[in-house]
Design a protein around this ligand. Structure first.
Ligand code: SIN
Ligand code: CO
Length: 412
């Protein structure tokens, strides 16, 4: 049996136990170097890097090294192994059985584990500290483990990232260079010409914020662990493709609901001597069908809410093995309150709510509690009691509970 490494301490962090541990917009916080989130967003977010010493004083790894290795062995966890042995970059995708990882005594390798927040309560609580940024933009918390000299090479990312050192030391070099050309023929993105302008060694609790496209290279000085709190910013191309798909799906729903699906027709098509030629009539008619596509802001919001609350493809919920019936569920929730499962995404706007990719209208009754559940990710017992006279609500929440989307008991 493997032992827990004694060199990766896991100090309790009481302040991280609250599900919504993020600073308020005008609250000065050490997390942002004694700035308020408003100041940070105005001066740095998407604009320039910021080094924050002791963003989280007393920081330790949210999970021990061996537990991270165990996560990397699971099918529903995305992990990558990057080695730089004999000066050669190599990339492998997980899952990794314990004996497939190099020895922790071997230098220059890194294990990256994505979405640790979905599997571990401390990592989830740590990511919640960044909820001064909308959930619709937050992606996940990745943990990288590296042995001495390990790193992923000088590169840039297309997303904002907070790089929080949680164990050991890492030397970061960064530069705002224009030339972002990559070395050809490598299995990972490594810059051809890295020109670092600044350099720091980060210790546990120190954090570096980087906006997109800043060149950076982090090299472990001894064994180290770094948490990357990453964001999502879909490209215009991806958004367009997904939105058009959403519109097409919606059109399908409308036609199923009784409206006739418009299909291409060509009663005026003459016979042809050049069968290979694309008929101009066809182009004109299809153009006319497409020109009828219309949408408004509500459609865009509905698309975004569903798209951005959709769990990633590898996410699997764990429904309760012996689910309580609705009455017992309500009795229990009146005592314990409810909380969203770590994997649940719940967004809302004035008209609708979006839960794990599904959109629904936000009724006047649901407006009283659902935004609170989405913002706090939990409803306290006494708040839950106030909605129990509404059977539509309790039946909806019971459905979510049976699907593993919410729980009544406190987090494990
Ligand atoms: C790492 O933590 O090793 C890499 C993170 C990054 O550079 O984006
Ligand atoms: Co990076």
């Amino acid at each position: 049996m493997r032992q827990r490494p004694s060199d990766v301490p896991t100090l309790p962090l009481p302040s991280l136990s609250e599900p919504s541990g993020a600073p308020l917009p005008d609250e000065i916080t050490p997390l942002l170097g004694n700035r308020t989130p408003r100041q940070f967003m105005r001066r740095y977010w998407q604009k320039k890097p910021l080094l924050i010493r002791q963003a989280i004083p007393g920081m330790s790894a949210p999970i021990p090294r061996d537990d991270l290795f165990e996560l990397a062995d699971l099918d529903d966890v995305e992990s990558r192994l990057i080695t730089h042995f004999r000066n050669t970059w190599n990339l492998e995708h997980g899952p990794f059985a314990p004996d497939e990882l190099p020895s922790v005594r071997k230098r220059e390798w890194t294990l990256l584990v994505q979405g640790v927040n979905l599997h571990d309560e401390r990592a989830h609580a740590l990511m919640n500290r960044f909820r001064f940024i909308p959930d619709a933009r937050l992606d996940d918390l990745m943990i990288s483990y590296a042995t001495d000299g390990g790193g992923v090479g000088p590169h840039f990312d297309s997303y904002d990232v907070f790089l929080l050192q949680v164990h050991g030391k890492r030397r970061w070099r960064i530069g705002a260079q224009r030339d972002l050309s990559l070395k050809p023929g490598l299995p990972l993105k490594v810059l051809q010409h890295f020109e670092p302008g600044e350099e720091w060694v980060l210790e546990p609790g120190d954090m570096l914020y980087l906006p997109p496209h800043i060149a950076h290279d982090g090299i472990a000085e001894g064994e180290c662990m770094t948490c990357s709190i990453g964001f999502r910013a879909p490209s215009a191309r991806e958004l367009t493709a997904q939105f058009l798909y959403h519109l097409a799906e919606r059109a399908g729903d409308e036609s199923n609901a009784g409206k006739a699906d418009v299909r291409y027709r060509d009663p005026a098509q003459p016979p042809v001597a050049k069968p290979g030629e694309l008929p101009a009539l066809l182009v004109e008619r299809v153009g006319a069908i497409l020109a009828k596509l219309t949408w408004n802001e509500k459609d865009v919001a509905e698309f975004l809410g569903s798209y951005l609350s959709e769990p990633k493809a590898n996410v699997v919920f764990d429904p309760p093995s012996r689910a309580l019936n609705e009455q017992k569920f309500v009795e229990r929730a009146k005592k314990t309150g409810i909380r969203l499962d770590r994997k649940t995404n719940l967004l809302y706007n004035t008209h609708s709510y979006f839960v794990n990719g599904e959109a629904a209208a936000l009724s006047a009754k649901a407006k009283k509690w659902l935004p609170e559940l989405a913002d706090k990710r939990r409803l306290e017992a006494k708040r839950f009691v106030t909605l129990t006279d509404d059977s539509a609500m309790t039946s909806l929440l019971h459905e979510w509970y049976r699907a593993g989307w919410i729980q009544t008991d406190p987090p494990a």
